[in-house]
Ligand binder design. Structure first.
Ligand SMILES: [Zn+2]
Length: 263
């Protein structure tokens, strides 16, 4: 299952899941985990909301034990937390400061990991990267499923780079942040950014060319641009909360200048 990093996490599948029991064979803990994960990242369980184990057990037609086990896994991924005598609640969304701290850490590690990957990636990793590049080109702007497909490719690319670096501890650190899970939850229902697809292509080109300097630079540029997109999303959210008039008519979030003045 997703927690042991064997299989890449399928955001598209999470978005498409409904509360019916799926037909593929899996253990009850996996079933409960995937259903809960889906509800948490698509906000069917809102941030901070109490997670009723009894109701879930009835809904999924399973006992409470696998649901408790799944919640423990989700607690480790910081998507749920337990309060004594109250039970589990859905975690709050990352704050602006937390996102900023997360990107600061990513900027320390991921450009270097990309440089190492350009030097160390084996043929299997390079083939996987080339295939991923093709798939990501096909992701289009559009509905939430398109965004899920983009997020999935994004998570896969960053994990591939981390592993191809050849440094196990770097790979574990990057994967252990569950960055894409939290960012997906935050940006759910936004569009797949065409610009990010271009940035990813630049990273992959540098890796395929085995150019560590270009790989470092392309990763750094991509992370800085991602951080700017997150920031724009925060500003849009703040603007909505403040009840300001709508953003520009092309539907993009309000530009940087406005939000800065209000800080
Ligand atoms: Zn990315």
């Amino acid at each position: 299952m997703a927690t042991n990093n064997q299989e890449p996490l399928s955001f598209a599948r999470l978005v498409a899941l409904d509360e019916k029991r799926p037909i593929y064979p899996q253990t009850l803990v996996e079933l409960a985990y995937e259903q809960l994960l889906s509800m948490l990242v698509t906000m069917k369980i809102a941030p901070g909301q109490h997670i009723g184990i009894e109701a879930l057990a009835r809904q999924l037609q399973i006992s409470q034990t696998p649901i408790r086990e799944a919640l423990t896994l989700l607690e480790a991924q910081k998507l749920a937390y337990k309060t004594p005598n109250v039970g589990f609640r859905a975690a709050d969304l990352l704050t602006r400061q937390e996102i900023s701290a997360l990107f600061a850490l990513r900027l320390l590690i991921e450009p270097k990991a990309a440089a190492w990957a350009a030097e160390n990636a084996d043929e299997t990793a390079l083939r996987a990267l080339a295939k991923l590049a093709e798939e990501m080109e096909r992701v289009q702007n559009g509905d939430e499923l398109a965004y899920a497909q983009f997020a999935e490719g994004d998570a896969r690319l960053h994990d591939l780079v981390a592993r191809a670096s050849g440094n196990r501890f770097v790979a574990e650190t990057i994967e252990g942040l569950h960055v894409h899970l939290h960012i997906f939850r935050f940006l759910y229902k936004t569009n797949a950014p065409a610009k990010a697809v271009e940035e990813h292509a630049a990273i992959i080109d540098a890796l395929l060319a085995r150019d560590p300097v270009a790989a470092d630079e392309a990763m750094r540029a991509h992370l800085l641009a991602s951080q700017e997109r997150m920031d724009a999303a925060f500003q849009e959210q703040e603007r909505l909360l403040a009840g300001d008039p709508p953003a520009q008519d092309d539907g993009r979030p309000a530009r940087a200048g406005r939000g800065r003045r209000r800080r």
